[in-house]
Design a protein around this ligand. Structure first.
Ligand code: NAD
Ligand code: TYD
Length: 381
């Protein structure tokens, strides 16, 4: 451990985005010691990290971020210099059923981690010098935007992520770093609260913190309760595709590896105490996105075009379903030069291929406990 330039704690590294961040850091920075801390809830899966688990600069620690004593022990024991905090309960539908778990992990867990870092760093001679607590948050804290162009108009902010055939904006407003927090779901309320605690530790104690708010991610290793992997898997099994409401809600999608690249850049070059929005100006109405997924899966499975459209099933809308998310990430592009690398069609193609080629990964998750939870969650819809 002593030979490493930095000891970096990544929380939630067995989850979807966290596993991409851990992989990127372990491979790109052999001079860093990477400690992955994860409770391994239903969403945490060490199979996501099989390819790097034997690397000498990687350690896994199973722990609950809400356990303050455990956080103290880990942060001190590994002499942590930097924290990239992704561990969270992350699914809106679960937060509607069980808000307390979200408050416990997302709010109290973040607070415990902040406090453990502060206590340890306070004992060091150079205190906060070279230290950073980087908190990963979501655009959902900003609430919902209006849908003023239901059919979509040409986006004023097209980037490489918005594909050649699709660069629509569904409204005139976008989330900026200065947009007022207005969370609606228990998930976004818990993330908003944790963001405030992170900033409070800077403003009150001078601790070096940073927050980023990212749009919806997609790509390999996403748990199949989220729209894209769920629908790919259901199409494969000929199961219904539950579209909430009319499918008119708009989300702004970013390929997960582009998010991980942004996290790397911001961890190293971001301004302490600042906030950056991360997104690719890539808005899609759910139903249009679902049709792209259907087309792609059918093509790759050798089904006739449109074959799986019959699986589309409109179901009761999600309670408090946010209408539109759209991130303005020009600050990150301007100040740190970040750009998404993939066009959406390429990203979707890559993603669908990955799930179809990793059916064992998917089947492992959708068997047993999770399958039972899922049945219960959606029964009566
Ligand atoms: P995920 O649900 O796939 O993974 C979360 C991970 O956190 C899991 O490995 C889980 O085991 C772990 N975890 C949960 N509770 C824990 C606890 N009490 N202690 C320790 N570990 C615990 O989530 P994700 O989609 O990878 O999201 C990661 C982070 O990024 C979250 O903070 C989320 O709010 C944020 N985010 C996600 C998206 C998205 O589209 N998925 C977009 C923006 C921001
Ligand atoms: P999701 O992947 O849960 O992400 P989030 O709620 O954080 O944006 O959902 C993406 C969109 O897809 C959202 O508008 C809800 C909708 N959705 C469905 O229509 N059906 C589903 O089965 C799921 C999981 C989501």
């Amino acid at each position: 451990m002593d030979n490493y330039k930095k000891n970096i704690l990544i929380t939630g590294g067995a989850g979807f985005i966290g596993s991409h961040v851990v992989r990127l850091f372990v491979n790109k920075y052999p001079e860093y010691n990477i400690v992955n801390l994860d409770k391994l809830t239903y969403a945490g899966n060490l199979a996501n990290l099989k390819d790097i688990e034997d690397k000498p600069n990687y350690t896994f620690v199973k722990a609950d971020i809400a356990d303050l004593d455990e956080m103290r022990r880990i942060v001190r024991g590994h002499a942590i210099d930097g924290i990239i905090h992704l561990a969270a309960e992350s699914h809106v539908d679960r937060s509607i059923k069980d808000p307390f778990t979200f408050a416990r992990t997302n709010v109290m867990g973040t607070l415990a981690l902040l406090q453990a870092a502060k206590e340890y760093w306070d004992t060091l001679p150079d205190k906060y010098e070279g230290k950073l607590f980087y908190h990963i948050s979501t655009d959902e804290v900003y609430g919902a935007l209006e849908l003023t162009h239901p059919e979509g108009v040409e986006s004023p902010f097209t980037t490489v992520a918005s594909s050649a055939e699709h660069h629509h904006a569904f409204g005139t407003e976008f989330f900026l770093e200065t947009t007022k927090y207005q969370p609606h779901s228990p998930y976004s309320a818990s993330k908003a609260s944790s963001d405030h605690f992170v900033r409070a530790y800077h403003d009150t104690y001078g601790m070096p913190t940073l927050v980023t708010n990212c749009s919806n991610n997609y790509g390999p290793y996403q748990f199949p309760e989220k729209l894209i992997p769920l629908f790919i898997n259901n199409i494969r099994h000929g199961k219904p595709l539950p579209v909430y409401g009319k499918g008119e809600n708009v989300r702004d999608w970013l390929f997960v590896e582009d998010h991980a690249r942004a996290i790397d850049l911001i961890f190293h070059k971001g301004k302490v105490a600042d906030t950056y929005n991360i997104g690719g100006f890539n808005e899609w109405k759910n139903i249009d996105l679902i049709k792209v997924i259907i087309r792609t899966v059918d093509r790759l499975l050798g089904n006739p075009e449109g074959h799986s459209e019959k699986l589309i099933t409109y179901v009761t809308d999600r309670a408090g379903h946010d209408l539109r998310y759209a991130i303005d990430s020009r600050k990150l592009q301007r100040e740190l030069g970040w750009e998404p690398s993939l066009q959406f069609e390429e990203g979707i193609e890559k993603t669908v291929r990955w799930y179809l080629e990793h059916q064992d990964w998917m089947d492992h998750i959708t068997s047993g406990a999770y399958e039972r939870y899922y049945e219960e969650m959606y029964s009566g819809r």
